[in-house]
Design a protein around this ligand. Sequence first.
Ligand code: FAD
Length: 286
Amino acid sequence: MIPAQFDYARANTLDEALSLLAQTEDAKILAGGHSLIPAMKLRLIQPPLLVDIGRIKDLSYVREADGQIQIGAATTHYQIESSELLKKICPLLPECAGHIGDVQVRNRGTIGGSLAHADPAGDWPAAIVALNAELVAVSKQGERVIKADDFFVDLLTTAVEPGEILREIRISKPAGTAQAYVKMHHPASGFAVVGVAANLSLNGGSLCAGASIGITGVAAKAYRPTAVESSLHGATLDEQTINAAAAHAGDGIDTNGDLFASADYRRHLAQVYTRRAIEAALARAA
Ligand SMILES: Cc1cc2nc3c(=O)[nH]c(=O)nc-3n(C[C@H](O)[C@H](O)[C@H](O)COP(=O)(O)OP(=O)(O)OC[C@H]3O[C@@H](n4cnc5c(N)ncnc54)[C@H](O)[C@@H]3O)c2cc1C
């Protein structure tokens, strides 16, 4: 449980971090370290250099600008959980943050680290795809914006390239009028066996003008169940409609199975928790 030898450099600015990254092949960004350090201790990865971005102030913020919610990649889960701004304009994010690990994990872990790590059982990916977020990656060559649907590529793999740093997460306002995140916590790790984020736009009561749903824990990467979304779109969200729509939560998905939850059980949980997420969002909007 001791990592291989590595060098450490603390960056004070984003530019400095990018230069350090560019200098050493296979260097890794260190944010909260809650996923990276365990992986190094298990020697699953042996980076020659860690570039610590944890003290770069410009990477830690929650703000409203240009009709968007903007969140710096090094913002901790706790900062998001406790943001009064987000509680008002995008409650899905603080709610999702509150489901992550325990207080220590939320105080140290960052949204950018979690998204870049792309754990199939991580909570953020469900909310980020449900909110149609945009993710800004920066490198020495410049900046590019990646849509959430294109960001998660596979198990522990994202569209962030070597030499790039995830800088910001952007969400368009209004994000939705009814939102909720529900999760079945793994009893040992606390990670999501299944987690579902619902982001609904309602027209007067329960008429659904738009629905985007994100599901994590079930497959190699978070996904949007498009058949559920299209069944909800334009419908009055009564019990029968919600049940019928949620039944499609695992359609076309290659479902993970492990000792705790078989693939069939996970598919079933995806349906149950999708229904619960939609019901919870509706109850909050009422
Ligand atoms: C006990 C425990 C319980 C946990 N429970 C949960 C849970 O219930 N739900 C959940 O979702 N998570 C959980 N986590 C994980 C936690 O959310 C971590 O915070 C998260 O996975 C990684 O964030 P980090 O800031 O610690 O990143 P790090 O561990 O520092 O980095 C993770 C990876 O992302 C890369 N990286 C970091 N920041 C950037 C960036 N800005 N740009 C590019 N690459 C970057 C790193 O190089 C590394 O490869 C748990 C962790 C622990 C230790």
